[in-house]
Design a protein around this ligand. Sequence first.
Ligand SMILES: [Zn+2]
Length: 263
Amino acid sequence: MKDRANFEGQLIYLKQNYSIVSIDQLNHFFYKNTKLPKKPLLITFDDGDISVYENALPLLKKHNLPATLFVVTDLINSHKPFWWDEIEYYLGKEDGNKKVWEIKNWKNKQREDFLTKLRSNLDKPAMKYPQLTTSQLKEMQDSGITIANHSHTHPLFNKCTREELEEELTKSKEQLQDSNFSADIFAYPNGNHSELSEAVLKSKNIKMALLFDHKINKNQVHPLQISRLAANDTTPLWKLKLILSGWHTKVLPITRTLGKLRK
Ligand SMILES: [Zn+2]
């Protein structure tokens, strides 16, 4: 995230219109039967990009807002890029982006093999990208940001075998527990959920799991199927309001249809 001014406007709007809750409060709601305040809203960030530390953290601190950051443990303390950025690096922005969408339908092994093949391209030096370090994450945790689990390598969980899922969770949990982070709170990479992945999550004692389904949670929420709305730092306030109203997904297909008619 880079648009600090817009992001601060979003935070101010959220703070004025919602009760910003921490993931601990949500945990107590599910497992200790406590009540949530009216209009509860949880702020989350996926992937753990370094820009969250650089740009979001100072503003979250300034406005005294809790948030949760879901990190990809294999990337922490490394210069390994996110896999989708790496594909764009090798194939170019447009073709790479198309490929990423295509790959989201592939079996995980096929995705891994494709990346290995790309990396063997000797014409291009390996892509490097600075990732968050454990000490930066600890600093964030001390400022009220919960550091939680977004898997070990960010595969798509509905495309993984049981063995792959177990390995992802064993490794990510171990690494997060070592640093006293919230290993049992999980966000599905890309939001992709399946019956098998939920069963493995349960077997690994994951207490809460968040989707990426652009839906608002109803009164009855399953702790392993928590819905989320999506926005980013550049989302204008009018659009954020529309997203928060839940009308966004209903309006979007209509505007798409209108767009088609105009052509
Ligand atoms: Zn992600």
